[in-house]
Ligand binder design. Structure first.
Ligand SMILES: Nc1ncnc2c1ncn2[C@@H]1O[C@H](COP(=O)(O)OP(=O)(O)OP(=O)(O)O)[C@@H](O)[C@H]1O
Length: 261
């Protein structure tokens, strides 16, 4: 469904350009849950934003169902770590925002937001404002808002990164439930090996900058997954072995950049 071919991304002008991504080739099948995992600064968010059509690639291309991505599209929705909710709007209005922008009639919008707020367990909070909610609740609103426009591809940029461990676990399970019910394709950026192996069908491990694909690891463990099982522990070791070399390289790169400043 999503085909990424020979993709490069540089930031800045040619004399001082920073190569963030290099030669990315990746195919993501419809309905798959794919995580992008890699050291800080390896270009995970950059790749997600290019898939979302929020920023252009410098070379190569992405097609979704055969159509070249050249900007944002209705079949893609993004969930960010910082929720990106409108603080002056109620929960319900936040969820309905994308529908209103598409001129969906009020009655239809109400029905859609009521259904989605039920799915994410926030029916009683429809008239609250974002500042009245916990971090986990805000992220549920963001997910409901993303789902409202019925995207086939859900792009998630460290959505649970700012949450405490217990809330994060709860939202991971909720996301898996939603993924099963709505049958979306998910691309999920994370720093966490545990999160990647708990959630994903496939884990794409990226190298330190410039981000390349270092390994693609299939996770065949049955769901619901038990993070303490022998299979999951072996997987954790496998992913960590691939990743740790890149984390060391990324730290060395960062050190060199600080020295050069
Ligand atoms: N708008 C920009 N202009 C210039 N450089 C940028 C810009 N956005 C990102 N970068 C650089 O590109 C590289 C990749 O950044 P990106 O945020 O995609 O990495 P990441 O893997 O998501 O990092 P993290 O895990 O820390 O969020 C980094 O070196 C970053 O500093």
């Amino acid at each position: 469904m999503v085909v990424i071919e020979a993709l490069d991304k540089s930031y800045g002008s040619s004399d001082s350009a920073l190569l963030a991504l290099s030669d990315i080739d990746l195919t993501i099948e419809e309905g798959q849950f794919v995580s992008l995992l890699g050291p800080s600064g390896c270009g995970k968010s950059t790749l997600l934003k290019i898939i979302a059509g929020l920023i252009p690639a410098s070379a190569g291309r992405i097609t979704i169902d055969g159509k070249v991505v050249d900007g944002p599209g209705p079949e893609r929705a993004v969930v960010f770590q910082d929720y990106a909710l409108f603080p002056w709007m109620t929960v319900q209005d936040n969820v309905e925002f994308g529908l209103e922008a598409r001129a969906v009639p009020a009655e239809e919008r109400r029905a859609a937001s009521a259904e989605l707020l039920r799915v994410v367990g926030l029916s009683d909070f429809a008239q609250k404002f974002p500042h009245q909610l916990s971090g986990g609740m805000k992220q549920r609103v963001s997910i409901a808002r993303a789902l409202a426009v019925k995207p086939s591809l859900l792009l998630m940029d460290e959505p649970f990164g700012a949450l405490d461990a217990q809330t994060r676990q709860g939202l991971q399970d909720e996301l898996l439930r939603i993924w099963r019910v709505y049958k979306k394709t998910v691309v999920f950026v994370t720093h966490s090996i545990e999160e990647a192996i708990y959630l994903s069908d496939r884990i794409v491990v990226m190298t330190a900058r410039p981000g390349r694909i270092k390994a693609v690891i299939d996770v065949d463990e049955e769901r619901p997954r038990d993070p303490t099982s022998a299979g999951m522990s072996a997987l954790h070791r496998e992913v960590r072995a691939v990743l740790s070399e890149e984390i060391t390289r990324a730290a060395a790169l960062e050190h060199d950049m600080m020295v050069a400043r």
